[in-house]
Design a protein around this ligand. Structure first.
Ligand code: CA
Length: 356
């Protein structure tokens, strides 16, 4: 094998390719036939492929003892019904993001992302080593579910606009697709937030049904052709600084597993969490290059004053979340104190390094 091909194949299969002796999924009759329902179209770039990667990883690491069949949004249950479906045992696994279930409990949003909240590295550190995972488990326990972090988009982009954003006044009256807490922040800044599924964004923006939209980052935004529907591409994605994707597991089905398979399911989620982030960073690098050099997109930073005002509004919106009940306060305190502490270390580590 050529050296280049060796490294290519090594990096793409990573750990899984290095474990041929325990991978015998073709011969092994599955002991557990599991279903994974997702909020994404099947194999949707980054998110849907991330769900499939997790399913494949569980299957391979278990030597075929667990077989996981992935269902795209609407194939078994509609996108926004997967939480209930796994809670009720219709499927064993679900793949989405916790802010989709804010109707169940507003506090869930801290386990996805919050405006001006933590970056992907900080989120992972809070979840795995800062007490976040335990709070998330507590939150989902009422719904008969065990959550895992199973992917991250990294910092997103601010969005696509057809007019310049020079001051907070330019957001007044602006009809923008921006879901969740970011949408609430826009509303308080005088804009009109709307939520639309990704597949409708291009047409809505092109026909003027909406004035602006955020989606994800260069990789996904280029795939939808959003640069053909808007003039300006603003950064950064203050509203989604490091969105965590999740896998949730039906609790009874999980507890039925022998100990080694339990560890395999949890370990596979950690592998998938890292893999998706790497995929987004790598693909964003390439897509940004195409947007800049081939499509000559006007890519701009939000003015500092605009970010400062959005930051203040966001602080109020997130703080209000914490006042809903004792558990919300506990999660808010854990999240914000971790973020506050990490600032001092960031200042003399990553920030000072990148400034060079
Ligand atoms: Ca987004």
């Amino acid at each position: 094998m050529k050296r280049r091909d060796f490294f290519k194949s090594f990096s793409s299969v990573a750990l899984l390719g290095a474990l041929p002796s325990i991978v015998k999924s073709k011969d092994q009759k599955p002991e557990y036939n599991w279903k994974m329902v997702t909020t994404w179209p099947k194999n949707f770039p980054g998110l849907g492929t991330g769900a499939q990667y997790l399913a494949d990883t569980i299957q391979k690491l278990s030597g075929g003892r667990i077989k996981v069949t992935v269902y795209g949004a609407g194939e078994l249950v509609p996108a926004f019904e997967i939480f209930d479906a796994v809670s009720n045992g219709v499927a064993e696994l679900g793949h989405g993001s916790a802010y989709y279930w804010k109707g169940k409990n507003d506090t869930f949003q801290f386990f996805s992302t919050v405006p001006f909240g933590m970056s992907s590295n900080e989120m992972n550190a809070w979840l795995y080593k800062g007490g976040g995972m335990e709070l998330w488990e507590q939150a989902y326990s009422d719904f008969n579910l065990i959550p895992t972090a199973a992917g991250n988009t990294g910092v997103q982009m601010g969005g696509w606009f057809n007019k310049e954003i020079n001051s907070i006044q330019d957001l007044k009256g602006l009809k923008m697709r921006i879901p969740g807490l970011g949408g609430e922040v826009l509303r308080r800044a005088g804009g009109t937030p709307v939520n639309l599924p990704g597949g409708e964004l291009f047409t809505a923006l092109k026909t003027g049904t909406i004035d602006a939209t955020e989606w994800v980052s260069p990789y996904n935004d280029l795939a939808f052709g959003l640069h053909k529907a808007a003039k300006y591409y603003y950064y950064p994605g203050w509203h989604e600084p490091g969105t965590t994707l999740e896998c949730f597991i039906n609790k009874e089905k999980f507890l039925e597993l022998p100990e080694d398979l339990k560890q395999i399911v949890l370990g596979a989620s950690k592998i998938a969490n890292l893999d998706m982030l790497c995929e987004f960073i790598s693909r964003n690098n390439d897509a940004l290059h195409i947007l800049q050099n081939k499509h000559k997109v006007d890519i701009r930073p939000y003015p500092k004053e605009v970010l400062k005002e959005l930051y203040e509004i966001s602080g109020n919106v997130v703080k209000e979340l914490s006042l809903k009940n004792d558990f919300a306060k506990e999660v808010y305190n854990s999240y914000t104190s971790f973020q506050e502490k990490t600032k001092a270390w960031n200042e003399i580590s990553i920030k000072s390094y990148l400034n060079i």
